[in-house]
Design a protein around this ligand. Structure first.
Ligand code: GDP
Length: 449
């Protein structure tokens, strides 16, 4: 689900590569992508507007300051706002079912025909039995479709809960009252009441469910809605929310090819938390809804974080800091450090890319060292360092003519190549000496994409 959204978000982060900070200007394109992604996912327009406005405010605000990169900052802001959008009441955690009333705790299910109510009753009965050891009774008040009553009986038996029989000649209220009475006398903890749905919003249906709600005073009135309905899911949610004091929403068929926008809109439109999501036809296909986890899933956080890292081109900040500390303390820059730098440069896409990112004074110094064709030399230089002894790497001044010959032979290069490499090392060592005021950290930070 929400693959498009995930992909667009990934693209958004990609476009951030090389940006130093989030600005009104570069945010513009990114916000457009986010907006398109949300609209494509069938998120309701007012929800999209609000959401974009929030992201803009937060991303441009202080929260970005001090965070590692604009890419990460944006992802973090979007993640947080997505979580809030889907229900921030419990810190992004699942909104709990309120079953702490004198038993039986009644759960009334509302929703259109085909939304997945009956299936959800079975799933919920199973979940409550297995995770909370509840004694569950189910009943169907759908007096219009005998098949619906039979279907509930089947799923209830499949999950090992108890079914309260009803017949089409009874009234929904009588059925419900009979079930409550039975549940009390047989010490059921929970009674789940399935109701009749219609194909669309219908006055008679609304009156019937409202009457049931008033008579039963349920602990939970859950609105069940098919996520695949997209915008229609939102209109239906609105209508039910106005007619009934809903306590939560169950979003079904999130496993299908739903574009998932309903998950983002329904909370905003009704003000009621999504408590469960249906993720399959089978009776174990019900999950407690965690807004924070869903936000991460939508963002494809794993991929995004990889992209963010990619955007940083693998600069090892720890290593950079270690080197900075060493240089600051007056430690000598040796060939081990030089080798590590070369490794970093390779990761960063070669010397020329690196040079673009260096402050002007260093670009000049490096330019003097004639780094043209440096990309190709990079590997050779590393080879040369590898054929030195640890002592030579730590004390480069030891490397005189005979050692140079041995090193050149070991690396399969000429002595001139060793000399050239050593000259470049000296150049770098010179720069490092100048940097001894702790500017290295700053320089490295400046290098990040
Ligand atoms: P009701 O009319 O609201 O009681 O809806 P049903 O429970 O009869 O479900 C209608 C159809 O949706 C059935 O074919 C169910 O198997 C299917 N369904 C319900 N929930 C889910 C779900 O989470 N995922 C999928 N893929 N199908 C579901």
């Amino acid at each position: 689900m929400l693959d498009n959204l995930t992909q667009r978000m990934a693209r958004v982060v990609k476009t951030l590569r090389g940006e130093a900070r989030l600005t009104e200007a570069n945010m513009q394109d990114m916000l457009r992508e986010v907006r398109l992604a949300l609209l494509e996912a069938d998120v309701a327009l007012p929800v999209v507007r609000d959401f974009i406005a929030k992201i803009r405010d937060k991303a441009l605000g202080e929260e970005v300051v001090g965070s590692l990169t604009p890419g990460q900052a944006l992802v973090a802001v979007v993640q947080r706002e997505l979580t809030a959008l889907m229900g921030g009441d419990y810190d992004g955690q699942a909104a709990p079912l309120n079953l702490s009333v004198s038993p039986p705790a009644i759960i009334l299910m509302a929703g259109l025909q085909g939304a997945g109510k009956t299936t959800t009753v079975g799933k919920l009965a199973r979940l409550l039995r297995e995770t909370q050891k509840k004694k569950v009774l189910t009943v169907s008040c759908d007096v219009y479709r005998p098949a619906a009553i039979a279907q509930l009986k089947t799923v209830t038996e499949q999950v090992g809960a108890e079914f309260f029989p009803s017949t089409p000649d009874q009234t929904p209220l009588d059925i419900a009252r009979g079930a409550v009475d039975w549940a009390k006398r047989h010490f059921h903890d929970v009674l789940i009441v399935d109701t009749a749905g219609r194909l669309g919003i219908d006055e008679a249906m609304m009156q019937e469910i409202t009457a049931l709600n008033q008579a039963l005073r349920p602990a939970e009135t859950l609105f069940v809605v098919d996520a695949m309905l997209g915008q229609d899911a939102i209109n239906t949610a609105k209508a039910f929310n106005e007619a009934l004091p809903l306590t939560g929403v169950v979003l079904t068929k999130l496993d299908g090819d739903s574009r998932g926008g309903a998950a983002l809109s329904v909370r905003h439109v009704t003000g009621k938390p999504i408590k469960f999501v249906g993720v399959g036809e089978k009776l174990d296909g019900l999950e407690v809804f965690h807004p924070d986890r869903m936000a991460s899933r939508i963002l494809g956080m794993g991929d995004i974080l990889a992209l963010v890292e990619d955007a940083q081109r693998g600069v090892d900040m720890k290593a950079a800091q270690k080197l900075a500390d060493k240089v600051k303390k007056g430690g000598d820059f040796d060939l081990n450090d030089f080798g590590a730098q070369l490794g970093q440069m390779k990761k960063m896409g070669g010397l020329s890319t690196l040079l673009d990112k260096l402050p002007a004074q260093f670009q000049q110094a490096a330019g003097n060292a004639d780094m043209s064709g440096a990309e190709k030399q990079l590997r050779r230089m590393e080879g040369i360092i590898q054929s030195m002894t640890p002592t030579e790497r730590a004390k480069p001044d030891l490397i005189k003519a005979s050692r140079k010959r041995r090193i050149a032979a070991g690396a399969g290069v000429q002595v001139q190549d060793v000399n050239r490499m050593l000259a470049q090392f000296e150049q770098m060592r010179g720069m490092m000496k100048k940097l001894k005021g702790g500017n290295l950290g700053k320089m490295m930070r400046g290098m990040r994409g």
